[in-house]
Design a protein around this ligand. Structure first.
Ligand code: AMP
Length: 279
């Protein structure tokens, strides 16, 4: 695996390695990598000849300075996991390389960026869309891989990609979980031991909600799930929304064969956890 920091180096290495017109798969990340990230790399490697991963803790998507400062950074461990997962090029740019100026992508995502994560993290998705569009310009991949774990982010990126007509195929990838169901996340290390022990309740409650929803009203399904999660002292459900998977508009009722999703955010003592399941 080759590690580069400059845009010019990415372009050089891609040009060298891409002589035979091989397909490029791209996995953007913020580092502190785990098996969830590794599954994206492996999928990308299976479907493309060349895999590029970026590690960039993107300042413009953090609306809270402490959160940005405390975001875990484990570059050596990350490089090891990536090379074992089949990554060919690791791009780790400094902030100045991605943001020579402070301009953000001027794209209005309307409802998609305002609800759920958007309402708790104002401006977050503008930052995400900006950095991903910038990385797309640099890497010019054929396919880009994103986790369904960040379901709203995936919807925003699909929309941005469609409007910019990049020609890149966006591939959504299934969420990898710990044995108790907790979605793997770089932020899980901020959980206390007691919170980590209890955190499986989030996914377990979503699964129960997804089953109950075919014969109970959404309001009561939501109340039951929130009560179960908040029964652990210190967990606060910021939202639990039942939405259409494409538009992310709230649904009135569950419909067989419709593509619907339950999305949740839970605040713990030192971090926020998000998750979602298909209904
Ligand atoms: P992050 O570094 O957390 O911004 O994540 C980089 C990419 O990995 C995003 O597309 C995430 O959705 C994805 N990802 C994060 N956690 C998981 C997981 N548990 N399973 C699958 N993909 C994930």
């Amino acid at each position: 695996m080759i590690i580069v920091e400059k845009i010019s180096e990415v372009r050089e290495v891609v040009a060298l390695m891409n002589r035979k017109n091989s397909l490029i798969g791209f996995v953007p990340t913020m580092g502190a990598l785990h098996q969830g990230h590794s599954s994206l790399i492996k999928k990308a490697k299976f479907e493309n000849q060349l895999v590029i991963c970026s590690i960039f803790v993107n300042p413009t998507q953090f609306n809270n300075k402490n959160d940005l400062q405390n975001y875990p950074r484990t570059p050596e461990k990350d490089a090891e996991l990536l090379s074992h997962s089949g990554c060919d090029i690791l791009f780790m740019p400094p902030v100045s390389e991605i943001y020579p100026d402070k301009e953000l992508l001027d794209m209005d995502f309307g409802h998609l960026e305002l609800e759920m994560e958007g309402s708790f993290r104002p401006g977050h998705f503008k930052g995400v869309a900006t950095v991903v569009s910038r990385l797309f310009e640099i890497v010019k991949p054929d396919r880009a891989y994103f986790g369904e774990k960040d379901f709203q982010q995936l919807a925003i990126i699909r929309e941005m990609n469609r409007r910019l007509e990049t020609g890149i195929t966006i591939v959504g990838c299934e969420t990898l979980r710990e044995p108790d169901g907790l979605a793997m996340s770089s932020r899980n290390i901020h959980l206390t031991a007691a919170e980590r022990n209890a955190a499986g309740i989030i996914y377990q409650s979503l699964i129960i909600a997804a089953k109950q929803i075919n014969n109970e009203e959404i309001v009561s399904v939501r109340e039951t799930a929130i009560a179960a999660i908040e029964s652990f002292y210190g967990f606060k459900v910021q939202y639990l929304e039942f939405v259409d998977s494409q538009t992310l508009q709230p649904i009135d009722k569950w419909i067989y064969h419709a593509n619907q999703r339950a999305c949740i955010a839970v605040l713990t003592s030192h971090t926020r956890l998000i998750d979602n399941v298909a209904l």
